[in-house]
Design a protein around this ligand. Structure first.
Ligand code: NAD
Ligand code: IPM
Ligand code: MN
Length: 351
């Protein structure tokens, strides 16, 4: 079986961690008897500087035939973040209707989380983040520019279809787990969008009487995620809330270097795209010290998506093994190992 994968390393540490991830994926392919046909794309801020665009005009078309996409990270000083991200990552998520952003959260062994002392199985949840609308919208603008009464408008878009499908996805997922969904809301402060979100949440919850449904204001949920994470399992959230909660969840499970993410097109009509939760980390880019684990775990999600379940599980086990051994840890984990050393150790453990 051959899987055709598009790789977009992107910017900053996205490049470093993607090299290591390919090393691990190729080792998995060798061992588990499938092959990966890679095509690499140089779409990035560097490309923007040369050509004025993050990706070619037909970029979406070029990617549409692949079985999956592995994305490093996008964004680098010199190109404004809203230009780079709305020039590559966000349009791909939307064009390929990757409306689910699935962000599994698991306390990894051997890491010094702020919640250290808890057992790994006490902290295991998944964030189901809406990935195609919500607070991330192009509707709005700057008015009275340059005048004392200057103002900007940034609209949110919550459609019935968009809200209902992400909430339904969370309930279906909960049925395969511990039958518990928590919805992140903020219907006390936001007068239109979140009451609507809550209304649809209640409607869908009514169709899943076997699943325990609760809602929690996102501010309180943030506190709860730190103080009582064992009382959460599937967390469903809008685009912005899910974004913020997922960095928090990463922080309590070992850091941003450990948290994977999948942009999923559930219908299978378009390719899904896998990446770490973290960004391009310009502060450590080019130093060879980025932790590749998040991207390697994202690649495990990619393999699972392609049906290579055994290989995906083996990659997770290898990561656990290397972290537990504690000999090859990058600086964010308290060690002195390089990105390459950690990637090589995971690949070696897999073999
Ligand atoms: P970031 O996630 O890149 O970095 C935040 C902090 O975490 C930094 O101190 C960084 O060094 C550290 N960190 C992140 N990943 C790490 C890793 N693998 N190993 C060790 N340390 C790691 O967030 P930011 O600084 O807000 O954003 C930097 C750029 O990345 C911006 O341009 C932003 O827009 C972009 N970004 C892109 C994506 C994406 O492409 N998916 C995601 C988030 C941010
Ligand atoms: C993420 C990132 C992106 C997001 C940014 C870079 C647009 O933070 O994937 O979590 O908010 O979706
Ligand atoms: Mn984010």
């Amino acid at each position: 079986m051959t899987h055709r994968i598009a790789s977009i390393p992107g910017d900053g540490i996205g490049v470093d961690v993607t090299i290591e991830t390919r090393r691990v994926l190729d080792a998995a392919a060798d061992k588990y008897g499938f092959s990966l046909e890679w095509t690499e794309f140089d779409w990035s801020c560097e490309r923007y500087a040369k050509t004025g665009a993050m990706m070619p005009e037909d970029g979406v078309e070029q990617l549409s035939g692949f079985d999956g996409i592995l994305l490093g990270a996008v964004g680098f000083p010199g190109v404004a973040d809203h230009v780079s991200l709305w020039g590559l990552l966000i349009p791909l998520r939307r064009a390929f209707q990757q409306y689910v952003n699935l962000r599994p959260v698991r306390l990894l062994p051997g890491t010094s989380s702020v919640l250290a002392g808890r057992k790994a199985d006490e902290l295991e949840m998944v964030i189901v983040r809406e990935n195609s609308e919500g607070e991330y919208s192009e509707i709005g603008g700057r008015h009275n520019a340059g005048r004392p009464d200057e103002f900007v408008l940034q609209e949110s878009v919550f459609t019935r279809v968009g809200v209902e499908r992400i909430i339904r996805y969370a309930f279906e997922l909960a049925r395969t787990r511990s039958q518990h969904v928590t919805s992140a809301t903020k219907s006390n402060g936001l007068i239109h969008s979140m009451p609507y979100w809550d209304e649809i949440f209640a409607e869908v919850a009514g169709q899943y009487p076997d699943v325990r449904a609760e809602q929690c204001h996102v501010d309180a949920l943030a506190a709860r995620m730190v103080q009582a994470p064992d009382r959460l399992d599937v967390v469903v959230a809008s685009n912005l809330f899910g974004d913020i909660l997922s960095d928090l969840a990463a922080a309590i499970t070992g850091g941003l270097g450990m948290a994977p993410s999948g942009n999923i097109n559930p219908s299978g009509e378009f390719p899904s795209m896998f990446e770490a939760v973290h960004g391009s980390a310009p502060d450590i880019a080019g130093q060879g010290i980025a932790n590749p684990v998040a991207q390697i775990l994202a690649a495990a999600m990619l393999l699972e998506h392609l049906g290579e379940t055994v290989a995906a599980q083996a990659i997770r086990a290898s990561v656990d093994e290397v972290l537990t051994a504690g000999e090859t840890l990058t600086p964010d984990l308290g060690g002195t190992a390089t990105t390459t050393a950690l990637g090589t150790a995971v690949a070696a453990s897999l073999r």
